[in-house]
Design a protein around this ligand. Structure first.
Ligand SMILES: Nc1nc2c(ncn2[C@@H]2O[C@H](COP(=O)(O)OP(=O)(O)OP(=O)(O)O)[C@@H](O)[C@H]2O)c(=O)[nH]1
Ligand SMILES: [Mg+2]
Length: 360
């Protein structure tokens, strides 16, 4: 299950976004006495899953899930060392970070433009990594120079390559790294390497898709330049919606011109940043959505369900989601010749409905 943590300037709306997405209010005290952040697991709404359920009428339904973490903003000037360390540890544990940018505050009342706010936070991630990398260089230098430890040598070389780039303020995301370099750096959990979703937190009156907001266009351009996933959200409005009955919420959404609630839009951006797709299993017992790393093969998909299925993999009966729906389920798809028997190397496509044949 992917874990997404909210990152942003103090008061940018992280806790409000958390509430909008989880329907839970994060208490004002976001860290408990043992410095744990406020966490929530949400079921991911999925229109395709709903459609499969309608066709199959299973006994149980399992949505994919995502975990959100409301973490206090990182304050580089903070002198509370214990708090700072704890906050950074939480960020390192996240699979992706969501940068919440304040685009709702009137221009006259703010000290920094949204663009400079976002840029300085992105630079902060690179600076934090610079410190981590310098410490790691000091630790691996000796072993690398003895030329007896290949792993240390590879790590040292990768660290020396990224060090000057981090000094320039680049993020790891922007660097061209070989998969092998990525591998040796993985245990450092570098923050600027994490998939990033930019939450464009706009005022209620700018909730409508396409509506202008001060600073929004510059932020969108930044996201384009750095290929960052972005999601526009009027967090305060959405947080209010999360407290309403469905009908009332729909009316309210229509009034403000919001065509789709924040959660599915956010998940869409997050999955794209994380490089995740979804495949389905659909039986009378259970219909279920499974997140899967894009580019995975059928055997790896089987392994997500259970390691036995990967070990004893024979083949995967695979139907594209569109075919499954068009032919009213597996029987119709079979009759139309739309169910394929795929081997273990088949690269799973988003929305595939799969039945794994295995033998252990
Ligand atoms: N008008 C408006 N106000 C917002 C919006 N998002 C947040 N706010 C207000 O900004 C204040 C701070 O919001 P929070 O969600 O607590 O911000 P935060 O980023 O969690 O703040 P810290 O955890 O203290 O860093 C609250 O008073 C919110 O009501 C928004 O989209 N529109
Ligand atoms: Mg907060």
């Amino acid at each position: 299950m992917p874990v997404v943590g909210f990152f942003g300037a103090p008061g940018s709306g992280k806790s409000t976004v958390f509430k909008a997405l989880t329907r839970l209010s994060a208490p004002a005290q976001y860290l408990t006495a043992d410095l744990k952040p406020h966490q929530a697991v949400v079921k991911i709404p999925d229109a395709r899953l709903d459609k499969l359920v309608e066709l199959v009428q299973p006994r149980s339904i399992v949505n994919a899930t995502c975990e959100f973490m409301d973490i206090p903003g990182f304050d580089p000037s903070s002198t509370e060392k214990k708090l700072k360390t704890a906050v950074l540890e939480h960020y390192r544990r996240c699979d992706a970070l969501a940068l919440v940018v304040n685009l709702w505050e009137p221009e006259a009342e703010r000290l920094f433009s949204p663009l400079s706010e976002a840029n300085s936070l992105l630079e902060e991630l690179s600076l934090l990594d610079l410190v981590t990398v310098e410490n790691a260089i000091a630790r691996t230098e000796k072993a690398a120079k003895h030329k007896t430890d290949k792993e240390a040598e590879a790590k040292y070389a990768a660290l020396k390559k990224i060090h000057p780039l981090l000094e320039e303020g680049q993020s790891l995301r922007q660097m061209d790294l070989e998969p092998e370099e990525e591998r040796v750096l993985r245990d450092l959990a570098l923050l600027s390497a994490k998939p990033l979703i930019v939450v464009l937190n706009v005022a209620d009156n700018a909730a409508r898709e396409g509506a202008a907001a001060p600073g929004l266009a510059e932020l969108q351009a930044l996201c384009e330049r750095q290929s960052l996933s972005q999601v526009r959200m009027a967090a305060r409005l959405e947080a209010e919606l999360s407290e309403m009955e469905e009908g009332e919420a729909a009316e309210y959404m229509a009034e403000f011109g919001v065509s789709e609630p924040a959660l599915p839009r956010f998940i869409h951006s997050a999955f794209s940043a994380l490089g995740l797709i979804v495949f389905f299993t659909a039986g009378e017992q259970e219909v279920r959505a499974w997140p899967l790393r894009r580019g995975s093969n059928a055997q790896q998909a089987a392994g997500v369900i259970h390691s036995d299925l990967a070990r004893g993999f024979i083949r995967a009966e695979t139907t594209a989601y569109g075919d499954y729906v068009q032919y009213n389920g597996i029987a119709g798809a079979k009759a139309a010749g739309k169910v394929r028997l795929e081997g273990k190397d088949y690269i799973v496509a988003d929305g595939d409905v799969m039945l794994i044949r295995f033998n252990v």
